[in-house]
Design a protein around this ligand. Sequence first.
Ligand SMILES: [Zn+2]
Length: 90
Amino acid sequence: MRYDYKCTNEVCAHIFELIQRITDTNTQSQCPNCDAVATRQISAPEFILKGEGWPGKTLKRMEEKDRVEQKYQEYLAKEGQTPIPLKKEE
Ligand SMILES: [Zn+2]
């Protein structure tokens, strides 16, 4: 995982990236610019994962399913067959 760190020194305010394991809970580092304490910024992927019900991922999966079904119906129409609904997975 790539994390953004920001220097707590207001004069410096240096932002840099650090590569850490996702399991690494250490959220502080040292600014390479001025040696002050730098804190980890919330990165975009982490923010999405913590969001309610993973809306982005769910939506993408639904779109993919619709696309597959549409392709199947197009195929049946081309073959001169009556399109039948796909078996619902429940
Ligand atoms: Zn700094």
